[in-house]
Design a protein around this ligand. Structure first.
Ligand SMILES: Cc1nc(C(=O)O)sc1CCOP(=O)(O)O
Length: 218
């Protein structure tokens, strides 16, 4: 049964991975062998190792050679973990405050996941931290801050406006009637924001070089 459910999760993950940058292998309530099984199923389903983020277990990341490992805020220091894993393995830390974000950055994290920004049933009874705190953490961090928690596609513009470098979504995709359609919708929204930013930057560069110019001329 365990293997069947891994295979199902891995199949769905394999269907959505073309629309996302990373897929997390995360089984909070299970042991290392289950997480290893899930990660291996993901690889068997064709998800590139570089796109898999193993949560919590450095040993599983090491055994599978996943592209990244996601550590809890009170976990091992990122720099030490990176010393154990193959060169280039990314190390993210899940944080819930500016203080934790700064500790993670000093410890060598490549990025932080910050949450939860909005109300989510995954964190019942815990008040969401909101976009003002997200904005502060983004402003005071020198590594990418990825927003997490209760994110719906319509939140994406304000999250990027607050300085987030990306978003992480669990229930919005996994509990959707069609996880693939949901992943596509999130991705489309992210691409729109990133493209409009690229255009703004190009207009600004053009303006600096050639003087006044309208966006349509570029
Ligand atoms: C897994 C997780 N961690 C969080 C944290 O704050 O550390 S919030 C969260 C839930 C993910 O959000 P959703 O399911 O609403 O996308």
């Amino acid at each position: 049964m365990e293997n069947d459910s891994h295979a199902y999760v891995a199949q769905v993950a394999a269907a959505i991975y073309p629309y996302v940058h990373f897929v997390h292998a995360r089984l909070k309530q299970k042991g290392a062998s289950e997480l290893l099984g899930l990660t291996r199923s993901m690889v068997e389903q064709g998800i590139p190792l570089q796109q898999i983020v193993v949560n919590d277990r450095v040993d599983v990341a090491l055994l599978t050679l996943a592209g990244a490992v996601q550590l809890p805020a009170n976990g091992l220091p990122a720099q030490d973990v990176k010393g154990l894993l193959p060169k280039g393995t990314r190390c993210g830390v899940s944080v819930h405050s500016l203080e934790e974000a700064q500790i993670a950055e000093r410890a060598g994290a490549d990025y932080v996941l910050y949450g939860h920004v909005y109300e989510t049933h995954c964190k019942p009874g815990v008040v969401p931290r909101g976009t003002a705190q997200l904005e502060r953490i983004c402003r005071l961090s020198n590594i990418p801050v990825i927003a997490l928690g209760g994110i719906q596609p319509h939140h994406i513009p304000e999250l990027y406006h607050a300085g987030a470098s990306g978003i992480a979504v669990m229930s919005g995709i996994w509990e959707a009637e069609s996880p693939i359609a949901a992943a596509m919708e999130y991705r489309q929204m992210v691409d729109q924001i990133v493209c409009s930013r690229c255009k703004e930057t190009r207009v600004e560069e053009f303006r600096k070089k050639y003087g006044q110019v309208s966006g349509e001329e570029i």
